[in-house]
Design a protein around this ligand. Structure first.
Ligand code: PMP
Length: 392
């Protein structure tokens, strides 16, 4: 266990982040004082509706788009499901082919698996050894019956940022709809939807110091509407029935506003720490293999993803946890069998490399002292895990 004097260090900001105090303060009145249902006609309802409208305007202005383009959801998982399943159903007469990548978040990957089982054709584009989509492969995959291309912007495991503007342009030239999951980059990098050739974009509040359980789907004005997943009261322009999570939505608006305001200061500082962490791990740990590009400007700010073979990422997570340091491993644990990370395998790497993964994700509260402390304990932990693994 960490000794009482040793600091607890959180390096898992890609999984989730604490709610910012200003965000919490903005949300609190909407959990108690302003409790009307935005659909109600009376003044309580009108007050809630006004706050909802303001939040929608704020989110839209942070993205440089129109409020009508923003659909609030219960998070990015729902937004991704809505765009994929919803368009698959609303555009069936146009075609049944969807293009995505081999390194999507589970909420896109598994949704495509399901659509595939139901008869849609899915093309999963390969990536190069740093995790970038090959534009030629995308170009060649587009067919007359392609209804949608869905490509993650910043990868949640290996951190690779796709050149979304160039990919989107290419898709638009072929008159196909384009969706991107921007959960890991939103609030960390600038977004201007008047310039970005995307038709749909997913975002979530809890990766950028907002509450869990709230996100949004941007739908470009004039783009086809997905068939709703949730039907009922007709909220969110009939696309997402259910009484709105007003406090959460207020939190999402506040957090985006803050992130945009702080970005010029936070992002370069976090990138400097990220560079320091990556360089020192590569220098000090034998066989450490960086996954994703070496240039931090091509990675999600704060992301550092390594393989430390041989061994299991989960064992390293637990060993670091005993030292009070929170990180994550990319591979998923299914029925007690540790699966190698499918994202790392998509880079062309072996099962051994794809099993020995660790993701460090720095955030707004990370400091140089945190990175120094990690580098103090990590070499011995990795070496112990290698010995333990070989002894098995
Ligand atoms: N997409 C990406 C890239 C993510 O990192 C996550 C969160 N792990 C999600 C989607 C799902 O987000 P949420 O938790 O809001 O459903």
């Amino acid at each position: 266990m960490p000794t009482p004097s040793s600091p607890r260090i959180y390096m898992d900001n890609a999984a989730t982040t604490p709610v910012d105090e200003a965000v919490l303060a903005a949300m609190l009145p909407f959990l108690s004082e302003v409790y009307g249902n935005p659909s109600s006609l009376h003044s309580w309802g009108r007050e809630a509706q006004k706050a909802l409208d303001t939040a929608r305007k704020t989110v839209a202005s942070c993205l440089n788009t129109h409020p009508e383009s923003i659909i609030f959801t219960s998070g990015a998982t729902e937004a991704n499901n809505l765009v994929l399943k919803g368009l698959a159903h609303s555009l069936t007469s146009k075609g049944r082919h969807i293009i995505t990548s081999s390194i999507e978040h589970a909420s896109v990957h598994e949704t495509c698996d399901l659509l595939e089982q139901e008869g849609w054709e899915i093309t999963r584009l390969p990536v190069d050894s740093d995790g970038f989509i090959l534009p030629d492969a995308l170009q060649n995959a587009i067919r007359p019956d392609t209804i949608l291309v869905s490509i993650i912007h910043g990868n949640n495991e290996i951190g690779t940022i796709q050149p979304i503007e160039a990919l989107g342009k290419l898709v638009r030239e072929r008159s196909v709809l384009f969706h991107t999951d921007a959960v890991q980059t939103m609030g960390k990098l600038p977004f201007d939807l008047t310039r970005l050739p995307v038709d749909y974009l997913t975002l979530s509040a809890h990766k950028i110091y907002g509450p869990k359980g709230v996100g949004a789907l941007y739908i470009r004005e004039g783009a086809p509407m997905p068939t709703p997943l949730l039907t009922g009261g007709g909220q969110e322009h009939d696309l997402r029935s259910g009484t709105e999570n007003l406090a959460g939505i207020i939190g999402l608006a506040k957090v985006l506003e803050l992130a945009v305001f702080r970005m010029n200061e936070d992002t370069p500082r976090i990138q400097a720490l990220q560079e320091n962490l990556i360089a020192r791990i590569l220098e000090t740990i034998p066989n450490a293999e960086l996954n994703g590009p070496r240039d931090v400007s091509l990675r999600v700010p704060g992301n550092a993803h390594f393989s430390f073979p041989p061994g299991e990422g989960e064992a390293l997570v637990l060993r670091l946890d005993l030292k009070g340091i929170a990180v994550s491993s990319g591979s998923a644990c299914h029925s007690a069998v540790i699966e190698p990370s499918r994202v790392v395998k998509a880079l062309g790497k072996s099962d051994e490399i794809a099993r020995a993964t660790l993701r460090f994700s720095l955030g707004r509260h990370s400091t140089q002292a945190d990175v120094d402390r990690l580098l103090e304990v990590l070499p011995a932990i990795v070496s112990r895990e290698k010995t333990a693994h070989r002894a098995q």
